[in-house]
Design a protein around this ligand. Structure first.
Ligand code: ADP
Ligand code: ZN
Ligand code: ZN
Length: 738
């Protein structure tokens, strides 16, 4: 066999196996024409089509080599080289390989996750190029004097080809376009997006920074190479203005910027602020987009056309031509960690990529994660603080309402109801926050105390009045509403607790003159509904806003002066060591919606446990004080960020399979002396969608050591404890133990 004919391709395939696969390149027939040459020239970072069992899969070439650990005669040949131009460059491949290793996920699935859906199929990259209307040679140069529409299009096309978006902006009618195409004057052609230079003319005037902001901007602008910044700024302190101004310099050096935002932070208001400041192509990336829209962002990023990309977590995988800065807004937000399959954290990957590219990262939040704060304290991050609200408004004051001491109606204490009334009569808006959608979290039998539990989970089913159903929020199971007890047959069924639906209804009845609006997942399920509702709130029509954490993030409601936090008690007794941190973040974020206009805001926190230390902390202290205290506590207990964790989970259809499997695995880890094992124990949600769930938490001060343990574990799991009845998974840096 000649060297050429035996060249081996090492390929990452989208299969749940922690390995790569070797294939042979296609052997060239001596009589084949040169037209097919591309078939035989694979490129590293490009895609190929390969046979895999009975399937055909799209894989990515990681290496081209001359030998294989497998016998040559066993290797199959690829079916087709898809890309001449790689989809991943060398640096992309490097960080993706790291991510697979760090988050302990099969490498082929990691590469797959980094591709837009359309390229996970056997499609050419140029198939994704946008269509542009292009003049042909037969474009006439003269038009009748009354054919103004035609003349206009003629003038446009004679200088430039235009895409659909541009034609729409110029208000060219589709009938005119059709005429041009039918007459053969113009044709639709695919065109590769090109990058244009940014000049100072593309940047609109910025605000005059206050001192704190100016210090932050110059610290970032003056940094060299890779440096991480934690921008800790109270709500309304003007963090976005800082982002906008540090972006200027990056754009002028002809580099691109990635702005990561939480899933529900990506609103038209956010996008507008970037588009109003910069006359440059701003691309979006989020789950609400179509595959074609996403492919176009991917391409615009890769060709350098998109200068700013505003994205949710998976935007961190976009193939930037020349990335100059990453900004992560609301860096503490849980949506940056993917909980399913490839359990990566957007922030970790962003930091790794930024280090690799020698560029700065700005992590912004009013309530930084304790992980990031610890990094700021130990000097790894540069800590920038904005302590004052930028537009001059004051931070809201906090009040505690002891629910044991007053009459309560639909979850709201009487003094708060009174305050709502006053606020409404003063012409201001009120926001009520409750992190529970539906009408009531559970139904109960008054005779025997039976509760509406989900038959597939260890949790309860929520009563939804509008859809007249019991819906489990854990597994999505939907059942008809119960009118008779499953246990004793009594018809005395009542609701327990309050959800957004009930609050909405009660407030409507109590304040008939003041429109109430509800913002939760159920009431904003239709496309565009959330944005519409935000717009209505801005216009001031709804006077009372009832919402879940959807309303907590980043929104600027200048006319809201009273915020009521209806129920936090559920989280006070959570077994998750991060529960107080989450609660503090949520309360500060929700409170931050109050008093952003000229009137000082007021936040009421209702509780049945007014003496609880976390509640006391929230009411009397700033987030920074809370965080300092919480960090000291974590350090004493040796919890993250002062140690690192990896969770090994097992799921099975019978409880004993899952429990037993982990119990058998655990003793094998005793050989690792520096390791602390917590469990095995049932997950807090011990049964979900019919599966029993157990977990074993591995904790260690040294991250490399912990990774060593997990590498060993993955290599040996099958030999020490193979059991096809269980499904196991690994979660590195877990944030959700449910
Ligand atoms: P954050 O992102 O920290 O919550 P924003 O960036 O949304 O805060 O700013 C809050 C408000 O303050 C916005 O209306 C913004 O236009 C205004 N603002 C920000 N910086 C300044 C400044 N330097 N001077 C005047 N107003 C400012
Ligand atoms: Zn369920
Ligand atoms: Zn009963």
């Amino acid at each position: 066999m000649s060297l050429f004919s035996s060249t081996v391709l090492e390929i990452a395939l989208p299969v749940p196996l922690r390995r790569t696969f070797d294939y042979l390149i296609i052997e060239r027939e001596s009589n084949d024409s040169d037209d097919n040459l591309t078939l035989y020239s694979p490129t590293i970072g490009g895609r190929v089509l390969v046979p895999f069992g009975k399937q055909t899969l799209v894989g990515v070439i990681l290496k081209i080599k001359n030998e294989s650990d497998y016998p040559f005669e066993k290797l199959k040949a690829i079916q087709k080289v898809i890309d001449q131009e790689p989809v991943f460059n060398e640096k992309d491949m490097h960080y993706l390989t790291w991510a697979a290793q760090y988050f302990q996920h099969p490498i082929g699935e990691v590469f797959h996750a980094a591709l837009p859906k359309l390229l996970r199929e056997n499609k050419q990259q140029d198939d994704l190029y946008p269509q542009v209307l292009t003049a042909t040679d037969s474009l006439p140069t003269e038009y009748a004097s009354n054919a103004t529409a035609q003349k206009e299009l003629y003038l446009l096309l004679s200088s430039n080809a235009l895409n659909k978006e541009q034609l729409k902006q110029k208000e060219i009618k589709s009938t005119t376009i059709k005429r041009f195409v039918d007459e053969g004057w113009a044709t639709w052609q695919k065109q590769q997006p090109t990058a244009e230079n940014v000049t100072t003319a593309s940047i609109n005037e910025h605000l005059q920074l206050n001192t704190e902001q100016a210090i932050a901007v110059s610290a970032v602008n003056q940094s060299q190479g890779h440096q991480s910044f934690l921008l800790e700024g109270v709500t309304g302190s003007g963090k976005t203005e800082v982002y906008l101004q540090v972006i200027e310099q990056v754009l002028l050096s002809q580099q691109q910027v990635l702005v990561c935002v939480p899933e529900i932070g990506l609103t038209p208001q956010t996008i507008q602020r970037f588009e109003q400041r910069f006359n440059v192509p701003v691309a979006l990336w989020h789950s609400g987009m179509t595959d074609t829209q996403r492919a176009s962002t991917w391409l615009a990023t890769k060709t350098g056309q998109a200068k700013i990309v505003i994205a949710t977590r998976s935007g961190v995988f976009l193939p930037f031509a020349d990335l100059g800065m990453v900004i992560i807004d609301e860096e503490h937000d849980l949506s940056f960690k993917q909980q399913e399959t490839f359990k990566y954290h957007c922030r970790s990957i962003a930091l790794y990529r930024a280090n690799q590219l020698s560029i700065p990262v700005v992590l912004g939040s009013a309530t930084p994660s304790l992980e990031s704060l610890a990094n700021a304290i130990n000097g790894k991050y540069h800590h920038l603080k904005l302590l004052k609200r930028a537009a001059g408004s004051q931070l809201p004051s906090m009040r505690l309402l002891d629910l044991n001491q007053c009459r309560v109606e639909a979850g709201i204490g009487e003094p708060l109801l009174e305050r709502i009334k006053q606020t409404l009569n003063n012409g201001q808006q009120v926001m009520l926050f409750i992190n529970r959608r539906g009408f009531a979290p559970v139904l109960m039998c008054e005779e025997c105390n039976w509760l509406s539990d989900c038959h597939r989970c260890s949790g309860y089913s929520t009563y939804h009045k509008s859809s007249n159903a019991l819906i489990c929020h854990h597994c999505g199971d939907q059942q008809p509403v119960v009118h008779q007890c499953h246990n004793c047959g009594s018809t005395r069924i009542t609701t327990v607790g309050v959800g957004t639906e009930q609050l909405h209804l009660t407030l409507n009845q109590l304040f008939p003159d003041f429109p109430v609006i509800r913002l939760d997942r159920d009431s904003t399920a239709k496309k565009g509904e959330f944005d519409q509702k935000l717009e209505q709130i801005h216009q001031g029509k709804p006077k009372i806003i009832v919402g879940t954490q959807m309303v907590a993030k980043g929104h600027h409601f200048p006319n809201v002066s009273l915020v009521g936090i209806v129920d936090v008690d559920g989280t006070l007794f959570s077994s998750d060591f991060r529960a107080p941190e989450r609660l503090a973040q949520l309360v500060v974020q929700v409170a931050g919606r109050a008093g952003r206009g000229s009137i000082k805001g007021e936040v009421w926190l209702q509780t049945k446990f007014p003496e609880h230390p976390v509640i006391q902390d929230l009411v009397n202290n700033q987030y920074a004080d809370f965080a300092n205290y919480a960090l000291t506590e974590r350090e004493m207990l040796g919890l993250p960020p002062y140690s690192h964790q990896i969770v090994l989970r097992a799921e099975a259809t019978a409880e004993e399979y899952a429990a037993q499997w982990l119990q058998n695995v655990a003793p094998h880890l005793n050989q690792f002396g520096q390791l602390l094992m917590l469990g095995p124990m049932p997950a807090p949600m011990s049964r979900k969608a019919g599966k029993y769930r157990y977990l074993l938490t591995l904790q260690c001060k040294s991250r490399p050591y912990l990774h060593k343990v997990v590498n060993w574990l993955i290599e040996n799991l099958d030999s020490i404890q193979k059991d096809n009845r269980i499904r196991w998974s690994i979660d590195v840096d877990p944030v959700d133990f449910s």
